[in-house]
Design a binder for this molecule. Structure first.
Ligand SMILES: [Zn+2]
Length: 405
């Protein structure tokens, strides 16, 4: 006998309303300016439901009337757009040598982009969290002074992040079991808005899917660089997190068995071949003459300058880095068959010299014909992970839940 216990139960009316609210908001976000009649016609919701939902969204100031009318046969219609004014969402990014804050409004328009030099791998997790808190407080202060309500905050960390927002492991930072979300919530005195934590790669992938050159692509991978290497994977339109949230951690993918030793005990891991510290060490042997590098931007700028002058050592080193990168991307292409793999961070900065070698290695190594149709390109987004963090912080409202003002 077939049990019906596990079959979906009828959803209650509250859930239906939340889901319909999300449908209306999504339609306005993608098609504004649009009328109530457009929404009803395109979403299949009936006109009375749309009118009631729109009234509620206007009341919450998530949507506003523009006063514009559509010039067509019949009664002129009032047009609707997202209301960007009353709300803000914040993304923070823990980078190789900096902290980044990006705030956006409901429509995704940037309200602020701040970068602060900060070498997280040289200080304790507690000091890093203090610096993050201070930056968050200043950014929150700035947007709330504009009369905006904070909808949420998401921090991007270069490491593994569990569903509770804790970081069990971040090699690049020397972190073990750091309860980032809980500590940040406490430091911000348990705010009314959500405080989330994600890997920088996941957040950058979200930013690519919403704001990047491949926006709207259902199967997309963002390969984040910097002090570590990680993949943010969008599969069938959704972020792929895996069972415990650790999907995409490909930094220790073995690429070259004869490669340099890695902190993990292996050899020739992707990070040891193409990560920013490895690239700087290999291409600029004098970079560590005065001690460990804590500020990578000047070194990256030097590499670019030498590559532009066709310096043979640097150009050969970048081509070799591109080949290693191509091998890593070939694994992603075979495993996930994405439509696009987008390179972020230092890979994007060095893309003119990395991409030719990476693309030919990808074509040669991937099993599927034409590497499964994957396009390999550099990201065009600035501070992608922080932008993705702010985008992720809009998720609850975009899912149809009303903000608490
Ligand atoms: Zn390793």
């Amino acid at each position: 006998m077939i049990s019906i216990q596990n079959e979906p139960q009828p959803t209650d009316l509250g859930d239906v309303r939340v889901a319909n609210r999300a449908v209306v908001l999504r339609h306005v976000r993608l098609h504004a300016p649009c009328s109530r009649a457009d929404i009803a016609a395109r979403t299949g919701l009936n006109k009375a439901t749309v009118s009631s939902l729109v009234a509620e969204l206007i009341d919450q100031r998530l949507v506003r009337e523009t006063g514009l009318t559509e010039n067509r046969v019949g009664r002129p219609a009032t047009m609707l757009v997202l209301d960007g004014e009353p709300y803000a969402a914040l993304g923070l990014q823990l980078g190789a040598d900096e902290l980044v804050a990006v705030a956006i409004d409901l429509g995704g328009n940037r309200l602020l982009t701040w970068r602060r030099a900060f070498a997280a791998d040289t200080v304790s997790p507690a000091e890093t969290l203090r610096a993050l808190t201070a930056l968050a407080r200043r950014a929150i202060g700035r947007v709330t002074a504009q009369g905006r309500t904070m909808l949420g905050l998401t921090v991007g960390v270069p490491g593994l992040v569990d569903p509770a927002g804790a970081v069990p492991l971040a090699d690049a930072l020397g972190w073990r079991d750091v309860p980032v979300a809980a500590d940040l919530r406490a430091a911000l005195r348990e705010p009314a808005f959500t405080v989330g934590v994600e890997t920088v790669a996941n957040l950058a992938a979200l930013a690519e899917q919403r704001h990047g050159a491949y926006a709207g692509t259902a199967d997309l991978v963002h390969l984040a660089g910097g002090i570590t290497v990680g993949a943010g994977i969008i599969a069938a339109g959704r972020l792929l997190r895996g069972g415990r949230g650790f999907a995409g951690g490909i930094g220790h993918l073995p690429v070259d068995p004869a490669g340099p030793p890695c902190d993990c005990g292996g050899r020739g891991c992707l990070t040891t071949l193409v990560g920013l510290p490895a690239v700087v060490r290999r291409l600029l042997p004098d970079a560590e003459a005065d001690g460990p590098v804590t500020d990578y931007l000047p070194e990256l700028t030097r590499i670019v300058a030498l590559a532009r002058q066709d310096d043979p050592t640097v150009c050969n080193g970048l081509a070799e880095t591109g080949r290693h990168l191509g091998r890593g991307v070939a694994v992603l292409a075979d495993l996930l068959n994405p439509e696009a793999v987008v390179l972020g961070d230092h890979f994007a900065t060095l893309a003119p010299w990395l991409l030719p070698a990476a693309r030919s290695e990808l074509a040669a190594r991937a099993h599927a014909p034409g590497a499964g149709g994957v396009r390999l390109d550099a990201s065009t987004l600035d501070t992608a992970a922080a932008l993705g963090g702010a985008t992720a912080a809009l998720a609850a409202v975009e899912a149809g839940r009303l903000p608490t003002r």
